[in-house]
Design a protein around this ligand. Structure first.
Ligand code: SAM
Length: 416
C-alpha cells in the first residue's frame, strides 16, 4: 500500500484520470456507433453466445436455487401475468416464469444464444407462452400495448461486485419503458453491495511473488537485448514497472473466500431498490455518495488483514418504494441470493489486497476506517475502478491506549 505523499498523489491522480467523463460512459449496446457496438460484442457479448459459458452459470447451484425458489415459489406474482426476461441466455428463467403460470413471457437475448433458447422453449413445451426476441433490449420492438404493461421483469444481470459488466443500464432502460410503474415487480427487487476486511495471507503473498517474479528478470532482459540485438530497452523500465504494478498489485482478484476469512461485520456500501434506481446509480459509488466504513477487528493470535473484499446480495421481496409498496402484488415467499464469503458462487468475491498487511495482535483491537468510491473505467464502460482510502490504529483492548497508528492511504484498483 502506498502512502499518500506528494509523489504518490500524482500517481493516484494519473490512475484516476482513467475514469469516465460525464456523458462518455454509455455502454455501446445503447446508442453506440457501429464500431463501438462491434467491439462491445467482441469483448462482452461474445462469451454469452457460447453454451459453455451459459452452462457455467446454470451449474451455479446457489444462483439457480435462488431464482428457482423466487419464481416458482411465488406463483401468485406470475399467474396470468405478462413477464419479460431481460437477457434470457439459454432461457431458463423464462421457462420457470411460464411454469409459474405466466400468460406471456418475452425472453430477450442479444446474442445468437436466442436460437438455443427457442429450442429450449419448444423442448419444454412452453413455446406457446414464451416468445424469444433476439436483439438488445434497448432496441427491440414488441407488440403494441406492451410498453408500460409488463407485470414482472426477471433478469440475472449481476456482475462481479454487482456492477461489473454494466448490464444494469439495460435493465433500467427496459424497466422504464415496459414495466407497469406502480404494480410492476422487479425480480430481483433489491440489491446491496458489501465490504469487509479479510484474511487471505496465502493469496496476497502469491500475488507479491508473481509481481517480483515478473520484475526479476528485467535487468537481464535489458542486458541481453542490448548484447544480442544492439538496442537499449532500459528507457522502458519505468513503464514496465507501472504496468506490472497495475496488473498484479493494483487489480482486484476473484476469490472464493471461506466465511472464516471475514475479520469484522461487513458494511453495506450501496443499496439499490430495483424499482427506482437510476442510470446514474449504476455508474458506481461516486463523490458525495462515497461510502464510509469503520471496522473493529480482534484476534486471539497474530493475524494479518490482507485487504478488503467486496460482494453483493440480491433479494426477491415485495416493493418497498412509496409508489409501489401498496399497489404492487406482495412477494409472499421472499428469497435472498448471497455471494458473501462461504459457499461457492461463480461471482465469488473481489479482493483488494494491501501491499503491506495491517496486523492484528493478541490483546489488542485494530480499528480501520475509510471509504470507497467506484467509477467506470474511461476505456471500457463495462469495467470499474475502485478507490479505497483508509487509515488504521491498534489499541490495547482493556486500557484503550493507542499502540500504533497507520497514516491515511489511498489506492486505486482496477476491477479487471
Ligand atoms: C448473466 S447472463 C444470464 C442468462 C440467463 N438469464 C440465466 O439466468 O441463465 C446475461 C445475459 O444477458 C444478455 N444481455 C446482456 N445485455 C443485454 C441487452 N442489452 N439486451 C439483450 N440481452 C442482453 C447476455 O448476452 C447474457 O446472455
Amino acid at each position: 500500500m502506498t502512502e499518500c505523499n506528494h509523489t504518490n498523489l500524482i500517481e493516484i491522480m494519473s490512475q484516476f484520470s482513467n475514469v469516465s467523463e460525464a456523458g462518455k460512459d454509455e455502454i455501446p449496446s445503447f446508442n453506440g456507433s457501429e464500431k463501438a457496438k462491434a467491439s462491445d460484442f467482441a469483448n462482452y457479448f461474445c462469451s454469452y453466445s457460447q453454451i459453455f459459458h451459459q452452462k457455467q452459470m446454470l451449474s451455479d447451484t446457489i444462483r439457480m436455487a435462488s431464482y428457482h425458489s423466487a419464481i416458482v415459489g411465488n406463483p401468485d406474482c406470475f399467474k396470468d401475468k405478462i413477464v419479460m426476461d431481460v437477457g434470457t441466455g439459454s432461457g431458463i428463467l423464462a421457462v420457470w416464469a411460464a411454469l409459474a403460470g405466466a400468460r406471456k413471457v418475452y425472453a430477450i437475448e442479444y446474442t445468437d444464444m436466442a436460437k438455443n433458447a427457442e429450442q429450449v422453449m419448444k423442448a419444454n413445451g412452453v413455446d406457446h407462452i414464451v416468445t424469444v426476441v433476439q436483439g438488445a433490449v434497448e432496441d427491440i420492438k414488441l407488440p403494441e400495448g406492451t410498453e408500460g404493461n409488463v407485470d414482472v421483469i426477471i433478469s440475472e444481470w449481476m456482475g462481479y461486485f454487482l456492477l461489473r459488466e454494466s448490464m444494469l443500464d439495460s435493465l433500467i432502460r427496459a424497466r422504464d419503458k415496459y414495466l407497469k410503474p406502480k404494480e410492476g415487480l422487479m425480480f430481483p427487487s433489491h440489491c446491496d453491495m458489501f465490504w469487509a476486511p479479510v484474511h487471505d495471507k496465502e493469496d496476497r503473498f502469491q500475488i507479491q511473488q508473481e509481481y517480483h517474479g515478473s520484475m526479476g528478470d528485467w535487468e537481464e532482459f535489458v542486458e541481453s537485448t542490448k548484447q544480442t540485438y544492439g538496442v537499449d530497452m532500459k528507457c522502458l523500465e519505468g513503464n514496465y514497472e507501472k504496468e506490472q504494478n497495475e496488473y498484479y498489485l493494483l487489480s482486484s482478484k476473484w476469490s472464493e473466500l471461506p466465511s472464516e476469512a471475514l475479520l469484522a461485520e461487513p458494511v453495506c456500501v450501496k443499496s439499490f431498490d430495483m424499482a427506482t434506481c437510476t442510470i446514474e446509480d449504476s455508474k458506481g459509488i461516486l463523490g458525495a455518495d462515497s461510502a464510509p466504513f469503520q471496522f473493529a477487528c480482534e484476534s486471539d493470535a497474530t493475524l494479518e488483514v490482507s485487504g478488503f473484499a467486496g460482494w453483493f446480495t440480491s433479494d426477491f421481496r415485495s416493493r418497498s418504494d412509496p409508489e409501489g409498496k401498496d399497489a404492487a402484488p406482495k412477494v409472499d415467499n421472499p428469497v435472498v441470493l448471497t455471494t458473501a464469503p462461504g459457499p461457492y458462487t461463480h461471482w465469488g468475491q473481489q479482493v483488494f489486497y494491501f501491499k503491506s498487511p495491517i496486523m492484528l495482535l493478541s490483546g489488542e483491537k485494530t480499528e480501520i476506517e475509510g471509504n470507497i468510491e467506484m467509477m467506470r473505467s474511461k476505456d471500457n464502460a463495462r469495467l470499474y475502478n475502485v478507490k479505497v482510502t483508509h487509515e488504521s490504529r491498534r489499541m490495547n483492548k482493556t486500557s484503550g491506549v493507542v499502540m500504533n497508528k497507520n497514516p491515511k492511504l489511498e489506492q486505486v484498483y482496477q476491477m479487471p
